[in-house]
Design a protein around this ligand. Structure first.
Ligand code: GTP
Ligand code: SPV
Ligand code: MN
Length: 597
């Protein structure tokens, strides 16, 4: 154990101010037995060193430096390519607090089970201590955590996805000192322990202990399983904290829509995994809109933390600093902004490569790749060349439309909340909820087809309230009540809408062109917020009539739009029955206000 002296023990003043952290690092080292410990400072030099080490070891491959400067390819273990919801647990003292929406294990049992796996698991490896801040480093809404991991790939990704290193450590130190001065606990940062283990799908767990602000993840190196600041901290643990403290931690993009008068409305939108958040956040307006002076600003593409401000509005930050985005489907036509963002300094995971070593995925263009995501010669008989959940990791600052307000410490004010999912039938292009309570019901009743972002069958419609089914860290009934509680005197809450870009025709093609064209729907939403657009009342909410939408230059026929906003009463009756059954399954914590509607 000689090689494991925590770095910050070497500075006695600092060591004492970081005592809680040092103690935990020592405990973890005693359990996992790493060969050495490295405290990450977040510097460029450190990043370069990590990348060089991964290249030497063959876990990171350089891509074509002429077309993609500083871009890298990582191939994950073929059995480790997505989140594993069936192995994800919320471990609260009371089973009911985790709710029927989560897998639950008693905390003592969970610790014992996973600690047995961690025992000695870092022998011969380096233990990295990764201090990070979720949210702008100077934001009162931001929160810190420390991830301990034995994966240099995780460290490199965390550096892109969070504010990682010395600045976060300094904030942890300051908050610890402030807490201690108030006589409160000094370790308010979230502790996340991660090891690749043997990458055995049979020995894999993602465990959350919200009452202890602790995460333990073993056996996966992929995305949300391993980058613990993201889904584990910023959604599962944060949603628990947000409920206690009166705010919201949501699976939402944040986008600013600037009209030709120069006024910007911020919209937060919750769509399930791989259902269009990154694309909507980076939307490029149709030509007629660009000419008229419309602009779209990207604040965040996956997670939104928001809380009521002194003015009664909800103010939101993006807790992340980068995008871990879906590669397939990203093209010059669908999302030129994303392509520009990932043209350099990007880590690609599980994409294919062309003969000149450029990253490639289905939907990018009509070239034929040479190697598939597993590094095998490409053969269509083996399935897609890029894994359907292949991703890019890139700093948000590289996005050409990154909002100048994305890092404002107070966040941005939210004018509208949008829910949406993949529904091939029934659900209209857009509708507006009658009021906040109805909007909460609309969010709670959401359903969507499953995607490759999680292990398991894709294309199955499942209930996914507020796009949080895999991420809500507590009982859905309590969560809905928490949402309802924001409707109090003085609150100036956003209007709530629901969209569906994914209606299909008889041939299985998408009816709505989507992507940039989605601005036509966002314009209606913004104009509804401003009280400047008409709407038609229906039993499920308000929908635009054809003349309420700006369809100038649109490629879709008026008849198709009519069909997309029509309400099928019989279909909705069946849907409402299913929603009722779903709520019944969630038990008696479902708030009565949602039942009576
Ligand atoms: P996570 O990162 O998993 O949370 O996903 P996300 O919600 O950010 O999804 P993303 O924007 O990456 O989109 C996932 C897939 O949906 C991609 O293949 C996109 O090309 C496709 N997609 C996004 N927007 C649209 C749209 O408006 N219409 C259609 N037809 N497809 C879309
Ligand atoms: C999602 O699955 O919603 C993602 C990707 O955003 S992951 O980080 O793997 O959770
Ligand atoms: Mn997501």
């Amino acid at each position: 154990m000689n090689a494991v002296t925590p770095l910050h023990d070497t500075d006695p003043t600092r060591g004492s101010r970081l005592e809680a952290l040092n103690r935990w690092v020592k405990e973890v080292a005693a359990l996992t037995r790493p060969e050495r410990i490295h405290w990450c400072d977040g510097s460029q030099a450190e990043y370069d060193c990590l990348l060089a080490a991964m290249q030497a070891e063959g876990t990171l491959l350089p891509l074509n430096p002429d077309t993609h400067p500083n871009c890298w390819l990582h191939r994950s273990d073929p059995d480790d390519v997505a989140r594993v919801e069936h192995l994800t647990f919320v471990c609260t003292r009371e089973r009911d607090d985790a709710g029927p929406n989560n897998h639950w294990m008693a905390p003592a049992e969970a610790h014992a089970k996973i600690d047995a796996l961690f025992e000695g698991c870092m022998r011969g490896r380096t233990l990295y201590v990764v201090p990070y801040c979720m949210g702008p480093i100077d934001s009162p809404l931001a929160r810190c955590g420390v991830e301990i991991t034995d994966s240099p790939y995780v460290v490199a990704n965390m550096r892109i996805m969070t504010r990682m290193g010395e600045s976060a450590l300094a904030r942890i130190e300051r908050e610890g000192a402030e807490g201690a001065a108030r006589g409160e606990r000094a370790d308010t940062f979230v502790k996340g322990l991660h090891s690749l283990g043997e990458l055995d799908p049979e020995r894999r767990f993602i465990m959350h202990f919200p009452e202890e602000l602790t995460i333990k993840s073993y056996g996966s190196g992929y995305g949300g399983n391993a980058l613990l600041g993201k889904k584990c901290h910023a959604l599962r643990i944060a949603s628990w904290q947000a409920r206690q403290e009166g705010w919201l931690a949501e699976h939402m993009l944040i986008v600013g829509i600037e009209n030709p008068q120069g006024e910007t409305h911020y919209i937060a939108a919750a769509f399930p995994s791989a259902c269009g958040k990154t694309n909507l956040a980076m939307l490029i307006p149709p030509e007629s809109y660009r000419e008229a002076g419309w602009k779209v600003w990207t604040v965040g593409d996956d997670i939104c933390w928001m809380r009521p401000g002194a003015d009664g509005r909800l103010w939101a930050i993006n807790p992340e600093a980068g995008f871990f985005g879906v590669a397939p489907g990203t093209s010059a036509r669908s999302n030129p902004n994303a392509l520009a963002t990932i043209a350099h300094d990007t880590i690609f995971t599980n994409v294919a490569v062309t003969d000149d070593n450029q990253p490639w995925w289905e939907g990018l263009d009509d070239r034929v790749p040479t190697l598939d995501w597993q590094g095998r010669p490409y053969d269509p008989a083996n399935g897609p060349a890029a894994h359907p959940n292949s991703r890019f990791t890139v700093s948000a600052r590289q996005c050409p439309t990154y909002s100048p307000h994305a890092e404002d410490p107070q966040g941005v004010p939210i004018s509208a909340i949008v829910f949406g999912g993949r529904r091939a039938s029934l659900v209209p292009l857009v509708f507006e909820a009658r009021d906040w309570t109805h909007g909460v019901l609309v969010g709670a009743a959401m359903a969507s087809e499953t995607t490759a972002a999680a292990a398991g069958k894709t294309g199955v419609v499942r209930r996914d309230p507020m796009a949080m089914k895999p991420f809500c860290g507590y009982h859905y009934g309590d969560y809905f009540s928490h949402w309802l509680s924001f409707d109090e005197p003085g609150a100036k809450l956003p209007k709530i809408f629901h969209v569906n870009w994914f209606r299909k025709d008889a041939d299985g093609g998408f009816i709505w062109p989507g992507f940039g064209e989605n601005l036509r729907v966002l314009e209606w939403i913004v104009r509804r917020v401003e009280g400047r657009a008409g709407a038609v009342d229906t039993p499920i909410g308000k929908v635009p009539s054809i003349r309420d939408l700006n369809l100038g230059g649109a490629s879709v026929s008026a008849a198709a739009i009519e069909a997309l906003v029509a309400i099928d009463s019989d279909g909705w009756q069946r849907e409402l029955d299913e929603i009722g059954t779903f709520f019944d399954g969630l038990g008696d914590r479902i708030p009565p206000a949602l039942r009576t509607r």
